[in-house]
Ligand binder design. Structure first.
Ligand code: ATP
Length: 496
């Protein structure tokens, strides 16, 4: 209709111009004015068009269905199952309507960064044959009042129109970092604008009904669900919460295998070992490990990825890129003794725990000793925590024994030891017994000090009695710069 009206107006204008020209009027100024109006209109249209859709276009609107399937997501078995169950509300639309079930409007994915929340949302679109529209919470945050709310409206409108265009009956709107836009109302400095945006989101979600031709589902992702306004979480809005956690060892292996597809692996590669040594890594970290290992193989002009490439990649992802820092010879010797101290005590506390030790700088570390756990650990006893404090303080103790003084190189170790000591105290494992979270600062700091000092005494005694191990290890490290756990244990065994 709109188009027809435009054409009629254009035709009439042209007819008038021809009539005037035939009558002998000079129509040049009229043509010039018309051209200027057209240019102006074209510019304004273009601008408003881009601002209208920049919410999604910056992130790349996908009008097709993403090619990600749930089988491309490693681990997350529970999350995938729960998510799929919720999505079946969309797939079994007829049955849902027949039973008078109210439509599922929102699902919230909660979990640390890089665990696959975006992947899940894309797989959901694939699973439900929906178009996928993605936006990020921060894209709705604007200085100008009303802009965020307007963008929310445009986002929903866009979802319906894209689904219509693609001939789909469902659309999924994915809002990453939803906490930025859905934080508790009245908390933000420029709260009026934030509140308006959130109110608009609530209104749009409430507007989703079972009678619409296109079923709309909003999938939000956040790692801070506690920040969200309770209105967002109430039944009828984001009433399904799916936890997308860091993967366990089995999940890590699955993710590594997914990202190893199409990458030639040498026979010595054992992905299960890599999974074992990467406790606490997210899917994004694991993807990065496989990628970095392949880059390392390319650098060395190798056709296959070796175990060494993977070990190097794990350390790079964990600690950062190798640095070209050149410490003085005095510093190198100190670093070698420091790392040797960590390694000796790590093997004393937990035999076989050292994965590698090096005096090559990487990221913020001048040298480092990496441990690997036998299994994923979620619980620690008091002795295990104290053992970890011993490992932390062993670098400083070795320096003190050999050079008579510690150095600033132990700063990170002390912070780590302090954290563990706090865990001992707040878990009720210290001499204080069970304590309240409001423990006076003086008592807390005195107890932390006492715990660390006691462990330092044990470490000092052990290292003094095994000083030859320290000397030999430091010497080998100065020569070779890097030792694998196995090489280290061989040396310790010989020097026993
Ligand atoms: P953020 O919270 O930072 O937005 P996210 O949880 O949405 O992160 P994704 O963007 O889905 O994480 O994941 C980033 C990348 O990490 C993916 O493209 C993929 O390569 C990899 N990845 C993460 N989790 C998994 C997984 N479970 N299986 C396979 N790959 C994964």
């Amino acid at each position: 209709m709109k188009l027809a009206l435009k054409e009629v107006l254009l035709g009439t204008a042209l007819a008038i111009l021809v009539f005037l020209a035939v009558r002998g009027f000079d129509i040049t100024p009229l043509i010039l004015i018309a051209a200027m109006v057209l240019v102006l209109k074209f510019t304004v249209d273009n601008r408003s068009q881009s601002s209208r859709f920049d919410v999604i276009e910056r992130k790349g609107v996908s009008t097709t269905i993403p090619q990600v399937a749930f089988s491309d997501i490693g681990g997350q078995d529970v999350a995938k199952r729960e998510f799929k169950e919720a999505l079946d509300f969309i797939r079994l639309d007829q049955e849902v309507r027949a039973l008078g079930i109210r439509p599922l409007k929102g699902i919230l994915l909660v979990g640390p960064p890089g665990t696959g929340k975006t992947l899940m949302a894309k797989a959901a679109a694939n699973y439900t044959n929906s178009v996928f529209i993605a936006a990020s919470g921060s894209q709705f945050v604007e200085m100008y009042a009303g802009v965020g709310a307007k963008r929310v409206r445009q986002l929903f409108k866009k979802a319906y129109s894209e689904a219509e265009k693609a001939g789909k009956q469902a659309a999924i709107i994915f809002i990453d970092e939803i906490d930025v836009l859905g934080a508790k109302r009245g908390k933000n400095v420029s709260h009026m604008e934030y509140d308006q945006t959130l109110n608009e989101l609530l209104t749009q979600i409430d507007g989703i009904t079972v009678n619409q031709n296109i079923r709309l589902l909003v999938v939000g992702a956040t790692n801070r669900a506690d920040l969200l306004d309770s209105a967002l979480l109430r039944p009828g809005r984001f009433d399904r919460i799916v936890k997308v956690d860091l993967p366990d060892r089995r999940g890590r292996l699955q993710i590594l295998k997914i990202h190893a597809k199409g990458k030639p692996l040498a026979d010595d590669v054992d992905l299960d070992k890599v999974a074992q040594s990467t406790f606490g890594f997210s899917g994004a970290h694991l993807e990065s490990i496989m990628n970095e290992a392949a880059i390392q193989a390319l650098r060395c002009r190798r056709q296959q990825i070796t175990n060494e490439d993977l070990r190097e990649a794990v350390e790079k992802v964990m600690l950062g890129e190798r640095l070209e820092r050149t410490p003085t010879e005095q510093e190198r010797i100190r670093i070698a003794y420091h790392e040797a101290g960590h390694a000796v005590i790590s093997e004393k506390v937990n035999a076989g725990s050292v994965a590698s030790v090096t005096i090559v700088s990487r990221g913020n570390a001048l040298g480092y000793m990496r441990q690997h756990e036998e299994d994923d650990r979620y619980l620690y006893t008091k002795d295990e925590l104290l053992g970890r404090i011993q490992v932390c303080m062993a670098g400083a103790m070795a320096e003190e024994l050999v050079f008579g003084q510690r150095s600033t190189g132990s700063l990170g170790d002390i912070e780590q030891a302090e954290k563990i000591a706090k865990k001992v105290i707040y878990s009720g494992l210290s001499d204080l017994g069970v304590v309240s979270s409001e423990l006076p600062t003086m008592t807390l700091s005195r107890t932390i000090n006492q715990i660390i000092q006691e462990q330092e005494c044990i470490v000092r005694e052990y290292l003094a009695a095994n000083i030859n191990k320290l000397h030999i290890l430091a010497e080998v490290l100065l020569e070779q710069e890097k030792l694998s756990g196995q090489e280290l244990r061989g040396i310790l065994h010989q020097s026993a």
